[in-house]
Structure formats: structure tokens, C-alpha cells
Design a protein around this ligand. Structure first.
Ligand code: PMP
Length: 425
């Protein structure tokens, strides 16, 4: 029975991998349905193992800004596969990508390539601790920065940002080095810096928080954070693993006209292959080995295939002014959704090619405490109806949707229609 294939594969996967998956959100947990197994992908479309086609708004959670297997990126990748796979030695390919980025992003004077966003953030914070000689980090409730120990924390019950670990296996001693503040709350920021300023190596934030809904921040809030960092001698780290090369060539920092001390990228940077990077001011990055005393290394770092995919993706985006085009398509898509969703309890938040569907709220949602109750239940219904109509959203109520340049205006209009229909009572 072909229709059962995904289910059968999931049963087998459950025998050999925890929860049947290699990253938790893929399991469709809470969706009351086993996950769809996909066999292939092209452009804006996925094909399941049963041969069913889906319009894909997950896009692998962000790397594919041109869509799946963009022909020019594929050509660059195939050329590289016919040239070299990995050297573990010096090569010109990472140099080309590093020069491309540093020529365009002034606050990224030097950078180091790694293999994931998690690694990028973990390493940037090590640099911040080394450069300041301080132990603690400040993060924000609702921002995700990968799964390194010190960042798997949640706001604790204590005052001024004390945190506790949010994952088993993370010692409380590690969590104690991280403070957690709510987003959109200057008073909490002031309090955290007043109590812990001299111990804070860095504050890290997604300047466009996109891991717990799409929580657009007020620029004044981000500026206050930067001012407090400066006043207390802490570094400001922008985690642009999602927003980097997504909301514009210079990411959210460029949009805001702000220069962080350190920045992290991933996802789009590798064009669909495992690449991350951290970068910043020259003297900070020169702390990193072998130039300086901060150790960080990687067997597959700056993997040539990822470098080729990333550079081809970025060059194409720049040549097309893809960000302006995505803004146009995203805005038309969101306008259709906003109109069509009015009678339902659902609303859409959007910036560029990122969007998030959420319950109607009395004011802009900028912190997780402002997310209306019932989000998970509301989303589950929508998700399953969309899935039945051949439209794939990321299988979690708090994940954002990703539009790529492979999503044509016609496909987006069709998709908005499917979502609006699915939101009907
Ligand atoms: N930072 C941010 C802002 C992210 O969104 C993510 C992943 N979604 C990470 C870090 C971790 O990246 P990775 O999954 O590549 O380790």
C-alpha cells in the first residue's frame, strides 16, 4: 500500500533513532500524525515517498533562499564535487567566500567558517569570554542559539535574569553562567546589567527573533541593549543564523543600521550544506587560534562543497537583488493572508520572506509572554488541513515560514488561498 509508506518508514526509524528523527521538530510531535517522509525536492516543491507533491514553506528551516536545488547553485556544487570534496588544508574556495562577505559587511572584518549555527554561536561566545575575561552571558527568552550547554537555559524564578537549564544533561553550574531576560523589556535589561554588568562577557540576541514565532523588536530596545553593553564593557553578539542574508544582504544589523561586536551566520551561508560562521572586529577575531589563544577547530570546516553552494547562492541573490523581490512577493502574500484570515482568529506577521501565523492579539507580539493562548492547538488544525491540501508548513506552532525565490507570485497566491481555506472554522 503506497499510502502507508511514510508510516512504515517512521516505524522503522523509531527503532534506530531517538523519536525516529535526527532533529526533534521533524517528528511532528503534537500533530497527532506520523511525519511525512520526503524523497526529493525541487524549487518550492517537495515530493513525498508516496509520490505526493507539497508546496514547501519550511525550506529546510531557512538555508534555501533560492528554493531547492537552484540550477546555478547545483552547477557550482557539481563542479566542486568533480574538483574536491574536502582537503583539511588551505584552499582558495573559502577565501573567496570570506572575501565576498567581509567586503560587504563592515562589522565582519574577519571570520571563521564552521559547520553549523550551534558551533558558530558557541565559538563566538568563547571569543567574547576570552576578550573580556568575564564568565557570564546574557540571552533572551524566546531566542534560540543552538544546542550548546550554556544556551539550553530558560528564565529561572530568581531576580535579574537567573536561569535554569532547559535540557537534561546540562549541569546547573553551566546554566548559572547564563542570564535570561524577556524580550522587549528595557527595565529587565537595566536590572540584569545593574546586578551582573561587571561579569557579563556578552549579550547575545537574534536581532529578529524567529525561533519562537516572529517577534519583531523595537529598534529602541536593541539600541538600549547595545548602549548597556557599551557602558558595562560587554560585547554585543547578533545571532543572524536565520536573519543573515535572509532579510537583506547585511541581515538585520544592516536593516537596523547597527554594528554588533560579533555576528554569527549559518543556513543561507551554506546554500543548503552544513556551513556556519562567526565574525567580527579584527582584534576580536584575532583572539582565535592560531592567531590567538582561543581554541576552535573543525575537520570539515570551510568544506569546499558548502563554500561553493554558499557563494553561488549569495552571488545570485546579489545579482538579482533577490531581497527586494522577496520583499515584494512576501508583502503580496501577507496582504492576501491578512485579508483572507480576517474572519478567522488567525493573523500573519511578516518581515521580508519570513512569516508566522498566530492567534489575534491586541498589540504587536514582541515577547513570548504576548503570544495568545491556544497557539499550539490552533496551529495543529491549520497544519493538518494544509498538509492534506499539499502545503507543508514547519510542523510546529512556533516555527516561522520561509519563502524562497522559487515561490512564484502565482504559487504564493495559490498557497495563500489554501491557508485561508484551512483556517476556516
Ligand atoms: N541560531 C539561530 C538563530 C538559529 O535559528 C539556529 C537554528 N535554527 C541556530 C543558531 C543553530 O543552528 P544549527 O541548527 O545550524 O546548529
Amino acid at each position: 500500500m503506497p499510502a502507508l509508506r511514510s508510516e512504515e518508514l517512521f516505524q522503522r526509524a523509531l527503532q534506530v533513532s531517538p523519536g525516529g528523527v535526527h532533529s526533534p521538530v521533524r517528528s511532528f510531535k503534537g500533530m497527532d500524525r506520523p511525519p511525512v517522509f520526503f524523497a526529493s525536492a525541487q524549487g518550492a516543491l517537495l515530493e513525498s515517498v508516496e509520490g505526493r507533491s507539497y508546496i514547501d514553506f519550511c525550506q529546510s528551516f531557512g538555508p534555501l533562499i533560492l528554493g531547492h536545488r537552484d540550477p546555478e547553485v547545483q552547477e557550482a556544487v557539481q563542479r566542486m564535487i568533480g574538483t574536491a570534496w574536502t582537503f583539511g588544508a588551505c584552499e582558495p574556495y573559502s577565501l573567496e567566500l570570506a572575501e565576498w562577505i567581509t567586503a560587504r559587511i563592515p562589522w565582519c572584518q574577519k571570520l571563521r567558517f564552521v559547520s553549523s549555527g550551534t558551533e558558530a554561536v558557541m565559538s563566538a561566545l568563547r571569543v567574547a569570554r576570552a576578550a573580556t575575561g568575564r564568565p557570564k552571558i546574557l540571552k533572551f527568552d524566546g531566542c534560540y542559539h543552538g544546542h550548546s550547554d550554556g544556551l539550553l537555559v530558560r528564565a529561572g524564578s530568581g531576580l535579574a535574569g537567573e536561569a535554569s537549564s532547559s535540557s537534561a544533561g546540562v549541569p546547573e553550574a553551566m546554566a548559572a553562567l547564563t542570564l535570561v531576560c524577556p524580550l522587549d523589556d528595557e527595565a529587565a535589561l537595566e536590572a540584569a546589567f545593574a546586578s551582573h554588568g561587571p561579569e557579563l562577557a556578552a549579550a547575545i540576541i537574534e536581532p529578529l527573533p524567529a525561533n519562537y514565532g516572529l517577534l519583531k523588536q523595537r529598534p529602541e530596545f536593541l539600541r538600549r541593549l547595545q548602549a548597556l553593553c557599551r557602558r558595562h564593557g560587554s560585547l554585543l553578539v547578533f545571532d543572524e543564523v536565520i536573519s543573515g542574508f535572509r532579510v537583506g544582504l547585511q541581515g538585520m544589523a544592516g536593516k537596523l543600521g547597527m554594528q554588533p561586536d560579533l555576528v554569527t551566520y549559518g543556513k543561507i551561508l551554506g546554500g543548503g550544506f552544513p556551513v556556519g560562521c562567526y565574525g567580527g572586529r579584527r582584534e576580536l577575531m584575532d583572539q582565535v587560534a592560531p592567531a590567538g589563544p582561543v581554541y576552535q577547530a573543525g575537520t570539515l570546516s570551510a568544506n569546499p562543497v558548502g563554500m561553493a553552494a554558499g557563494l553561488a547562492t549569495l552571488k545570485k541573490m546579489e545579482a538579482l537583488d533577490g531581497w527586494a523581490e522577496l520583499e515584494r512577493r512576501g508583502s503580496a502574500f501577507a496582504a492576501r493572508l491578512a485579508l483572507g484570515l480576517k474572519p478567522s482568529g488567525l493573523r500573519v506577521e511578516r518581515l521580508g520572506s519570513l512569516f508566522w501565523l498566530h492567534g489575534a492579539a491586541p498589540a504587536p507580539i514582541r515577547a513570548i509572554s504576548a503570544i495568545p493562548a491556544g497557539q499550539a492547538e490552533r496551529f495543529k488544525k491549520l497544519f493538518l488541513r494544509c498538509l492534506d491540501q499539499g502545503l507543508y508548513l514547519a510542523p510546529n506552532a512556533f516555527e516561522v515560514g520561509f519563502i524562497s525565490l522559487a515561490h512564484s507570485p502565482e504559487l504564493l497566491a495559490q498557497s495563500a488561498g489554501i491557508i485561508v481555506e484551512a483556517a476556516r472554522d
